[in-house]
Design a protein around this ligand. Structure first.
Ligand SMILES: [Zn+2]
Ligand SMILES: [Zn+2]
Length: 126
């Protein structure tokens, strides 16, 4: 996949991802549900070297979640102007991955189809 541009809600932070993500995840975990305001989030797991911030580095803020399923902290990186989460960094592997919300990427929901579902047991019965 070629380079895809991404931005937070206010557009203060812009970034690009290049190449293919390691995985595209549809995640029903507690954190994703809370953060999305819906049943799940779709996120793309990228090596950090494939994610480049273009503007708004000064707007980036970190919040560290410690109540994770894995027991390892997870860094939530968000825009301090609009509050939008841009990605999370699961510290289980060290600072290696960027778990990017595909809805922030141009045509993200079209370009990134989930190939794995996580915490499906938390999905509501229909
Ligand atoms: Zn913003
Ligand atoms: Zn999740």
């Amino acid at each position: 996949m070629a380079v895809v541009l991404g931005a937070c809600l206010c557009g203060g932070i812009t970034f690009e991802v290049s190449g293919s993500p390691e995985a595209v995840l549809q995640c029903y975990c507690n954190h994703c549900q809370k953060n999305a305001g819906g049943p799940f989030q779709i996120v793309a797991k990228y090596d950090k070297d494939l994610v480049n911030i273009k503007t708004g580095t000064d707007l980036l803020k970190h919040y560290v979640l410690t109540d994770t399923q894995s027991g390892y902290p997870k860094h939530k990186v968000f825009c301090s102007a609009c509050g939008c989460t841009v990605w999370t960094v699961p510290m289980r592997h060290g600072d290696v991955y960027r778990i990017v919300r595909v809805t922030l990427l141009e045509d993200g929901l079209k370009k990134f189809k989930p190939d794995k579902v996580l915490f499906e047991e938390r999905k509501l019965d229909e």
